[in-house]
Ligand binder design. Structure first.
Ligand SMILES: Cc1cc2nc3c(=O)[nH]c(=O)nc-3n(C[C@H](O)[C@H](O)[C@H](O)COP(=O)(O)OP(=O)(O)OC[C@H]3O[C@@H](n4cnc5c(N)ncnc54)[C@H](O)[C@@H]3O)c2cc1C
Ligand code: FES
Length: 321
């Protein structure tokens, strides 16, 4: 697997957007235009500590002089978001990847965007795009409180403003999100996009399906994986197809960790099964999928898996490495 192309960028602006959320504007160090991107894209940020984390681009997708990201400080951080908040400053030069999009907009007569907290970032870019093209859409932006709502005044003052509804957990009952109303009357000409905490996404998707939304008209992006129960995990073996060598995977190690300790490096970023970086082809053996990246159909096909978190159902997996 080849590493993605990287760019050196300078942090030209860093600012607090809400409680626990900071935005970063990034411009190329050499002053040239940044690679183009489409709404829903994200970049990898390579932190000085060696960690890599993904952040969605939340500026207008026609802009080429900057990328803007917004980062929520995660209280349970292994280091990524805390480093962005505490150690990345205006003027610093950092390395990022070129943009990737696993959450692209599809043409639709009506688009419904549902954001939970920091999950607003890719949807903000989508809402900007939809407003600029005169599309019929609504963005429902759910947060705990006004203080934790990034970009509220920017949204209200922009062309997307009339299409946006804010919903605060701490607010009056009449402004709370009425999901059944928002998702009423699904149709072939409508598309739904949801991003936010895993519980929020699962609730929206479950409700949408129950109300008759077609699976392929529901688009989602997880920023992180919910905790997994690993108490029943068993060891198994992995055979590398190109060499025929077999490696044991202990019950308490991931495939990535076990192979890395034997000098076989699989490119990773999130190591939680959400970013897609470690995607690896499977030639034999049944996968126990644990990721939030592959679709149900892709999981059922058993042709590829995410070795940072997924495991084997049987004794052996043969990998196309
Ligand atoms: C496509 C994409 C776009 C994203 N866009 C944004 C964005 O715009 N803004 C933003 O703030 N974030 C975004 N994220 C999330 C971001 O990449 C980081 O995951 C986030 O900043 C937290 O990183 P961290 O190192 O601080 O926390 P981590 O250490 O990665 O922990 C994050 C959460 O995962 C849990 N966790 C810790 N270890 C594990 C483990 N081994 N397995 C499973 N869970 C674990 C923790 O309890 C914690 O709650 C995006 C992620 C993806 C995949
Ligand atoms: S490293 Fe992100 S899905 Fe495996």
């Amino acid at each position: 697997m080849t590493a993605q192309e990287t760019i050196q960028v300078r942090v030209v602006k860093k600012q607090a957007e809400a409680e626990g959320i900071a935005s970063f504007e990034l411009a190329r160090v050499d002053g040239a235009a940044l690679p183009p991107f489409s709404a829903g894209s994200h970049i990898d940020v390579h932190l000085p500590s060696g960690l890599t984390r993904q952040y969605s681009l939340c500026n207008a997708s026609h802009e080429s002089h900057r990328y803007r990201i917004a980062v929520l400080r995660d209280a349970a951080s292994r280091g990524g978001s805390v480093a962005m908040h505490d150690s990345v400053h205006e003027g610093d030069v950092i390395t990022i990847s070129t943009p990737r999009n696993h959450f692209a907009l599809h043409p639709a007569q009506r688009t419904v965007l549902l954001a939970g907290g920091i999950g607003v970032t890719p949807l903000l870019c989508m809402a900007d795009r939809l407003a600029r093209t005169g599309a019929d859409f609504a963005l429902h932006y759910c947060t705990r409180s006004v203080e934790r709502t990034a970009f509220a005044s920017e949204i209200a003052a922009s062309a997307m403003g009339p299409h946006v509804r804010f919903h605060f957990d701490a607010g009056a009952p009449e402004q709370k999100l009425d999901l059944a109303k928002v998702l009423a009357a699904p149709g072939a000409e409508k598309r739904l996009y949801v991003c936010g905490p895993a519980g929020f996404i699962d609730h929206v998707v479950g409700t949408a399906k129950a109300m008759g939304w077609a699976q392929d008209h529901i688009h989602l992006e997880y920023f992180g994986a919910p905790a997994q129960d690993t108490s029943g995990d068993q060891g198994f073996e992995v055979r590398i197809a190109s060499t025929g060598k077999v490696y044991p995977i202990a019950a308490d190690a991931s495939v990535v960790e076990a192979l890395r300790s034997q000098g076989i490096d699989i490119l990773t970023a999130c190591e939680q099964g959400v970013c897609g970086t470690c995607l690896t082809r499977v030639l034999e053996g049944e996968v126990d999928h644990r990721d939030m990246y592959l679709t149900d159909e892709e999981k059922a096909a058993n042709e590829q898996f995410m070795p940072c978190c997924s495991r084997a159902r049987g004794k052996l997996l043969v990998l196309d490495l």
